[in-house]
Design a protein around this ligand. Structure first.
Ligand code: PLP
Length: 372
């Protein structure tokens, strides 16, 4: 199979799989216990915690190991907003956030919080003028993703950090899932209040992720024991935490931006003149890992199955929405009413994809769906 759905998930590396097995076999004792074996497990957890801070050059931050980015996003947003019981505050996000952010905001709105969803243009750029107009002294939370998971547009996080300097009450949450390890940040992670990461998008283990947050922020989410500062109670998945820390450590060691960009531009050059295809992309600020292609005369699901029969795997929109009959709200916000989101497939690359694989994809796509 030729795999072009790396933004949905990646194959775990042998190194991480071996590590998971080793930790699960040798350090299976509960890390909260007082006997020596438990203390050894706890020491390994603390080491992983420090590894994350060191690798990302973070100071005054805490690390919460989670089951992935969905849980990290939910914990950050619900956990922080739990501090505002009187609801006398305002929240901002964008219309192209992942469902694990967007749906939390929608729920908070239903609970009575004032929420603004920032518009995006045709290339998936969040409207910063609208952000400036919306921010005020009551704004306590802004959530903007670093790299959009559907069309790969990169948001100007550094510029937003600067805008927020006039609004010290407003905490900044950034879903870094599709950016970390793939593109280099032009901002300092220390300037973010909440950072969300997922292991399985970076050749790590499914069910691993983390939320990094500023020291003095009070988070209240689940109820239970006192593990992980009582924010995520329950017996620690030590192997998951160790593997997540290792995945974070490996991410920029395996940095392949230039190689992936070359492959992305090769794909774009070959596909942009195909009369049956419309490339949905950001031309100036994009991640080369993600290319969205609209085939106006074909449903994405049909295209996906046709390609699958030829041994090629691609995605449709966001993995979380691909089985849902609802139109992806993020993609709809980008396409407006000009194109139909149900016709969009997503190609997401990895440096392991070869030019031979790209040529096969180009051959199949260019003959698909007739002419526009
Ligand atoms: N955030 C973004 C931007 C994503 O692309 C995804 C997965 O597609 C998630 C969050 C959810 O990640 P996880 O599967 O780790 O919960």
């Amino acid at each position: 199979m030729i795999y072009f759905d790396h933004s949905a998930t990646t194959k775990p590396s042998e190194e991480i799989l071996d590590l998971y097995k080793k930790i699960s076999t040798e350090y299976w004792y509960n890390s909260e216990t007082l006997y020596n074996e438990g203390k050894r497990s706890n020491a390994l957890y603390l080491k992983s915690y420090e590894t994350v801070l060191k690798e990302m050059k973070l100071v005054n931050k805490k690390v919460l190991f989670t089951s992935g980015a969905t849980e990290a996003n939910n914990t950050a947003l619900y956990g922080y907003i739990a501090n505002f019981k009187n609801k006398d505050c305002e929240l901002i996000t964008s219309k192209i956030e992942h469902a694990s952010v967007l749906k939390v905001y929608q729920d908070l709105e239903k609970q009575g919080f004032k929420v603004t969803y920032l518009d995006v243009d045709d290339e998936g750029n969040v409207d910063l003028e609208q952000l400036k107009k919306t921010l005020n002294n009551k704004t306590v939370l802004l959530s903007i993703m670093w790299v959009n998971n559907i069309i790969g547009s990169i948001q100007p996080i550094k510029e937003i950090i600067n805008i927020l300097k006039d609004y010290p009450r407003c905490k900044f949450h950034v879903d870094c899932v599709q950016g970390y390890g793939k593109i280099k940040p032009d901002f300092d992670f220390n300037d973010l209040d909440f950072i969300t990461l997922s292991g399985h998008k970076l050749h790590g283990i499914k069910g691993t992720g983390c939320l990094i947050y500023t020291n003095n922020i009070n988070l209240s989410f689940m109820k239970g024991g006192h593990q992980q500062d009582s924010i995520r109670p329950g017996t620690l998945d030590l192997a998951g935490a160790v593997c997540m820390a290792k995945t974070i450590q490996n991410a920029y060691k395996n940095y392949r931006f230039d190689d992936v960009k070359e492959k992305y531009l090769y794909l774009v050059k070959k596909l942009e003149n195909c009369p049956n295809l419309i490339l949905i992309r950001n031309h100036s600020s994009y991640s080369p890992y993600i290319l969205n292609i609209n085939i106006p005369s074909l449903r994405a699901e049909t295209a996906l199955h046709l390609l699958n029969e030829k041994g090629i795997i691609v995605g449709t929109g966001s993995a979380c929405n691909s089985k849902s009959k609802d139109l992806d709200p993020a993609l709809s916000s980008i396409l407006k009413n000009k194109l139909n989101p149900i016709n969009s497939i997503r190609i997401s690359l990895d440096s392991s994809n070869t030019y031979e694989e790209l040529d096969l994809l180009i051959k199949e796509l260019s003959s698909m769906g007739g002419t526009k």
